[in-house]
Design a protein around this ligand. Structure first.
Ligand code: ZN
Length: 405
């Protein structure tokens, strides 16, 4: 296991020979050194002193801000709804292997007690050091969604917005995001309550008309969950939620870029409408991610995984087994965008959608030293969280020097 190798989990002082986006610039990469101090980026550097401490040589690689996944249910046989510390640790470790440095564990549309337990568990996990990606908070996917667009959520668990339940969830842990259907009864009051407490509200699993969606955006809804999937589509006389998301410059649009949930041409349409500052890649990954094809589980239902697709028995798509590095590769292929143009969609833009882009998502001085090192094929070579090397690909040990060995 990579995690127990000697070079893993060491605190780095500097990354050398890196090609990376300087600060918040999105168009051109620079070449040079990046120094860390106290888990933060200390700034570009032109020389490294002999006693600086452990160095990571990024020769031949591109360094990007670490990936941030705002919609992830699980991986490696574990799910956020398991509500166990081991689950979140296993997910954290797996995500780091795929370049993710922080994430918001995402709940399912479930009865209140298990949802509450999942939120409490995230609060407990956040207080402990995790082996890989860090937790930024909880994303509640439902339960206040539309019974007309359940996707793979269990229909019986969908219910009208409930302020008392929501208050309990807020009190139980770090709820940061909630996906809901704004056209459903009581949703307006819940949107107001969420925004008043700093929780970002996402339209999703929604039967809203275009007009209802625009009204929700005017009320403060700022993001769309897995755009195109489980929402009213674009018709030229009924533009639906998709039409509202595509045309409103305020709205951040999540995309499952696995080419299964959304056709590459539709991905390209979304990219052209939203641009790199408003489009963010998510995985929507479920517990089957990282495991061989076969039978898995989501929200208490059997899920069948075959050839990259996860489906319920009736054929409904049920989350994904996508990883963020693969999502980025698919996205570049679908859009023709360069990495210089596209890089924000996996880091700076999700950080902005979460309101945390003053600390996450850029390689600027003072930002968290969270980054991913990618080879020419955009495969993950190394992942650094808070200045700590949490993943190093097999065969790359030569890149770490001055570590006292
Ligand atoms: Zn969903």
């Amino acid at each position: 296991m990579q995690m127990t190798r000697p070079h893993a989990q060491i605190s780095l002082s500097t990354i050398t020979n890196a090609r990376y986006p300087l600060g918040q610039e999105s168009q051109a990469f620079v070449f040079g050194w990046l120094a860390f101090a106290s888990g933060r980026i200390a700034g570009p550097q032109t020389a490294v002193s002999q006693d600086a401490g452990p160095l990571l040589n990024a020769s031949g690689c591109t360094v990007l801000p670490g990936f941030i996944d705002l919609h992830i249910h699980g991986s490696m046989g574990h799910d956020t709804m398991d509500a166990t510390p081991e689950s979140l640790a296993a997910i954290s470790r797996f995500l780091a292997r795929h370049g993710v440095t922080s994430f918001t564990p995402t709940t399912m549309t479930a009865p209140h007690p298990p949802t509450l337990a999942a939120v409490e568990n995230v609060a407990a996990a956040q207080a402990q050091p995790l082996p890989g990606a860090a937790i930024l908070g909880v994303h509640l996917e439902g339960p206040y969604i539309s019974p007309h667009f359940p996707g793979a959520q269990v229909k019986e668990n969908i219910r009208p917005a409930n302020l008392a339940e929501f208050a309990q969830l807020l009190a139980a842990g770090p709820v940061k995001l909630i996906t809901l259907a704004p056209e459903e009864s009581g949703a307006g009051a819940l949107i107001d309550a969420a925004l008043a407490t700093g929780v970002g509200v996402i339209i999703g699993h929604s039967a809203a008309t275009y007009e209802q969606a625009v009204a929700a955006f005017n009320r403060g809804v700022s993001q769309a969950t897995h755009t195109f999937n489980a929402m009213t589509g674009l018709h030229h006389r009924k533009p639906g939620v998709v039409g509202a998301v595509l045309t409103d410059e305020r709205i951040f649009a999540q995309l499952i870029a696995d080419t299964i949930h959304v056709h590459p041409a539709a991905m390209a349409v979304l990219a052209r409408c939203k641009g790199p500052d408003r489009l963010l890649l998510i995985t929507d990954a479920i517990r089957a991610t990282g495991l061989p094809d076969g039978e898995s589980e989501l929200g208490g239902q059997p899920v069948f995984v075959q050839d990259g697709a996860c489906r319920l028995a009736d054929g409904t798509l049920a989350g994904s087994i996508l990883t963020m590095d693969a999502a980025l590769r698919h996205f570049l292929g679908a859009t023709g965008w360069s990495l210089e143009k596209a890089w924000p969609v996996t880091s700076r833009t999700p950080a902005a959608a979460l309101g945390m882009d003053d600390e996450y998502g850029s390689l600027a001085s003072g930002y968290r030293a969270d980054l991913v090192m990618l080879d020419a094929g955009l495969n993950v070579v190394a992942t650094v969280v808070g200045g700590r090397l949490v993943y190093l690909r097999d065969g790359e040990e030569w890149r770490v020097t001055n570590d006292g060995d």
